[in-house]
Design a protein around this ligand. Structure first.
Ligand SMILES: [Zn+2]
Length: 54
């Protein structure tokens, strides 16, 4: 019986300008959505999920 607790410690980055979510500790230097430079900041998965509406 599989019942292991998976602790997700994934890191995400979120664009401060348009709230675009990028998987990984560091987002792209240039946001593909709004074009802002270095607008990504590291966020926890929970925050990333909220931003994505999950
Ligand atoms: Zn953006």
């Amino acid at each position: 019986m599989k019942n292991k607790v998976v602790t997700m410690s994934k890191k995400f980055s979120k664009c401060r300008v348009c709230s675009d979510i990028h998987y990984g500790e560091t987002g792209p230097a240039l946001c593909p959505t709004c074009g802002s430079e270095e607008a990504y900041e590291e966020v926890e998965e929970i925050e990333a999920r909220e931003a994505m509406g999950l």
